[in-house]
Design a protein around this ligand. Structure first.
Ligand code: SF4
Length: 317
């Protein structure tokens, strides 16, 4: 995960809940990908470190347990870059230029100049991130499948070039996650300023939920609404499934207004965030401890990384 800003509900549903569950059945390695962040945020690089620490706090507050998993900062394990170099040598330019998310990001992230050598090559660094640990599986959503396929192709090309089966074919651990739009019905993203963050206070959550766009056809309280067309209702289905049928009635039969409907929703979101806030507070006051956790994670990661790099160098030279 790239530390480019505060984590929000999308991260909780799309990754963290799943990762927390995976810790019990796999030896997990979770990386705060600060070099990936640098590829797009190179002009605002001073913030990356602080976002990385904040990310670790959020992860631990959400249930990632450093005793069960390896949790580290990517730039603390230099072998990621070394392996990226070896893999870059044999990755055809065409594979990178065809990458659909590369083109999409160039279109979407217009506030930064991403026409750079590093940004074109980010899937190679991603491949190195996975292959360095010889991962059996990578927890991803369907939209990330092309990246994993690219990683597999790079791994096969390495193995066939050097005639050694160094890297295995890692598989996707696909998980269905509910998709949430941002407060303004656009894709949830910090760059749109439409997120509810895991670190938001109760008041901030209430204020943000009140600002959510509703069914545009429901102008007066007496107008029956169309919950299926309202983003607030889709949040009900995720954060208050037991209240969703009732909210449907309030809306479609014009029994309650949008303000009350939203107030009830924010209570549920705050209930979901309460245990995270509780775990977050002491961690925020003890950032040295977070630094120690990351250092310890990096030394464990380095042991695996050094072993792989010894095999890689032996295969190449
Ligand atoms: S009552 Fe609730 S679901 Fe219906 S339009 Fe208003 S906020 Fe949306």
């Amino acid at each position: 995960m790239r530390p480019t800003g505060k984590l929000h509900l999308g991260h909780l549903l799309g990754a963290l809940k799943n990762w927390t569950a995976l810790q019990d059945s796999y030896q997990c390695i979770f990386s705060i990908a600060d070099w990936h962040a640098l590829m797009s945020e190179y002009a605002n690089s001073k913030e990356i470190r602080a976002f990385g620490i904040d990310m670790a706090i959020d992860w631990i507050a959400c249930g990632i347990d450093p005793k069960k998993t390896i949790l580290y900062l990517q730039s603390d394990v230099s072998q990621h870059l070394e392996l990226q170099m070896f893999l870059s040598c044999l990755t055809p330019l065409g594979w990178l230029e065809r990458n659909p998310t590369y083109k999409e990001q160039l279109r979407e992230m217009t506030s930064r100049d991403l026409q750079t050598y590093a940004f074109l090559g980010y899937p190679v660094l991603q491949a190195a991130d996975i292959l360095l640990y010889k991962a059996d599986g990578v927890p991803i959503g369907e939209d990330q499948l092309p990246h994993l396929e690219l990683c597999r192709e790079i791994a096969r090309r390495f193995n066939s070039t050097y005639k050694k089966e160094i890297f295995n074919d890692c598989r996707a651990i696909l998980t269905e996650t509910p998709r949430l739009l941002g407060l303004d019905n656009r894709k949830m993203s910090k760059s749109y300023g439409n997120t509810i963050n895991l670190s938001d206070s109760e008041k901030e959550v209430e204020k943000k939920v009140v600002s959510m766009i509703t069914d545009p056809k429901r102008i007066r309280m007496t107008d029956p609404g169309h919950p299926e067309e309202c983003n607030v209702y889709s949040y009900y289905q995720v954060f208050a499934p037991l209240d969703a049928p009732e909210a449907h009635q309030w809306c479609s039969k014009a029994l309650k207004g949008c303000v009350d409907c939203k107030k009830n929703l924010s209570t549920h979101i705050n209930k979901e965030l309460a245990p995270i806030r509780e775990k977050r507070a002491p961690l925020e006051k003890n950032k040295d401890k977070i630094e120690d956790i990351l250092k310890e994670g990096a030394s464990k990661a380095r042991v695996i990384a050094q072993r792989t790099m010894a095999e890689v160098r032996e295969a190449v030279y």
